[in-house]
Design a binder for this molecule. Structure first.
Ligand code: UDP
Ligand code: MG
Length: 316
């Protein structure tokens, strides 16, 4: 079996060599078992010397392929590029910051040989802040009620995919890529195991609160139209309430005559309804925005430098 390691790298000059060393050790262990390995590193427009490090690695090790973007296109685009350039029978996607212990690949390969198409390594939340852990837990509970596919907390982008899963994921050409959900959507026999979370070895996480929130919204919206359905339901419920209230006011006016006060009621109703409408416009806007990006059919990324022969990705 040829195993491709796909690792997106954004400003990872500090850990890349160490990452490569550790993964090479795993490759050596797997060689006697009849498994070859290739490495596909995607430099996501890093501003540090990541590309230089990659070039050096490629000179030293003929199994290294690198793809470097013209600018930072985001991790999802980097993953896509990695999958496109991977030629293995199985592909392991993992972060380059050593938060995904390379040693676990042995176990993944073993599980792949037992017939699982997707092997997911789930991380625990050890070392994460309490706030982040709680929000994550809450988020997954909410999202799984809304989304058609099941998203699992901690089951992120460290997984082994069989060739048919990779091909299926590549056949999904949408612009807004939420790979966690895409892989879940693809399906095929999957299995998971848990590992202890490790802190970043060097450099800095590129996630901030806003990024996480936006990622969360993407997860909610990428897979279904249930938020639109929810908006419809909320609208109907509000309409019913309004009907009942109107009947009550008119009835009261008929019986007791018109009583003018009602400033508080009016202001409350106006502001509440305006708020609800803005939220719903937002929901509709989100979907429209997605359609806008989809119909533009822009490439997911542009390649600046690579040692992979194929150039078709320059103009996908
Ligand atoms: N990454 C990337 N492009 C980006 C941000 C991150 O390719 O715009 C890569 C990064 O180099 C790392 C992985 O995605 O290999 C995960 O990023 P990070 O460690 O910042 O996220 P976290 O582990 O905190 O979720
Ligand atoms: Mg990380």
């Amino acid at each position: 079996m040829l195993i491709s390691i796909v690792a997106p790298c954004y400003n990872e000059e500090a850990v890349l060599e160490r990452f490569h060393d550790r993964i090479q050790a795993v490759a050596e262990d797997l060689l006697p078992l009849g498994h070859d390995m290739e490495f596909v590193y995607v430099d996501d427009g890093s501003r540090d010397r990541t590309l230089a490090v990659l070039k050096r690695l490629a000179e030293r090790d003929a199994r290294v392929r690198y793809v470097s973007f013209s600018r930072n296109f985001g991790k999802e685009a980097a993953l896509l590029a990695g999958l496109r350039h991977a030629s293995g029978d199985a592909v392991v996607v993992m972060d380059a910051d050593l938060q995904h212990p390379p040693e676990l690949i042995r176990r993944m390969v073993q599980l792949r040989e037992e017939g699982h198409d997707q092997v997911v390594a789930r991380r625990t939340r050890t070392g994460d802040g309490l706030a982040r852990t709680l929000t994550a837990r809450l988020y997954y509970r909410l999202v799984n009620r809304l989304v058609d596919v099941e998203l699992v907390d901690g089951a992120g982008d460290f997984r082994l995919l069989s060739r048919r899963v990779v091909d299926a994921a590549l056949a999904l050409t949408e612009y807004n890529r939420f790979s966690k959900g895409l892989f879940a959507w693809v399906g095929f026999p999957s299995t998971a195991f848990t590992y202890e979370n490790a802190a970043r070895e060097a450099g800095r996480s590129s996630w901030n609160l806003r990024g996480l929130l936006n990622y969360g919204i993407d997860g909610l919206l990428s897979f279904n139209n249930r938020p639109l359905r929810a908006a419809l339901w909320l609208g109907m419920v509000l309409l019913c309430c309004a009907g009942l209230y109107t009947a009550w006011i008119v009835g009261a006016a008929l019986i007791h005559g018109v009583q003018t006060p009602g400033y508080v009621t009016i202001i409350t109703a106006v502001t509440a309804l305006a708020g609800v409408q803005m939220v719903m416009l937002g929901v509709i806007g989100e979907y429209t925005g997605r359609i806008y990006y989809e119909v533009k059919r822009r490439p997911h990324f542009l390649v600046k430098a690579t040692n992979v022969e194929r150039t078709k990705d320059l103009i996908p």
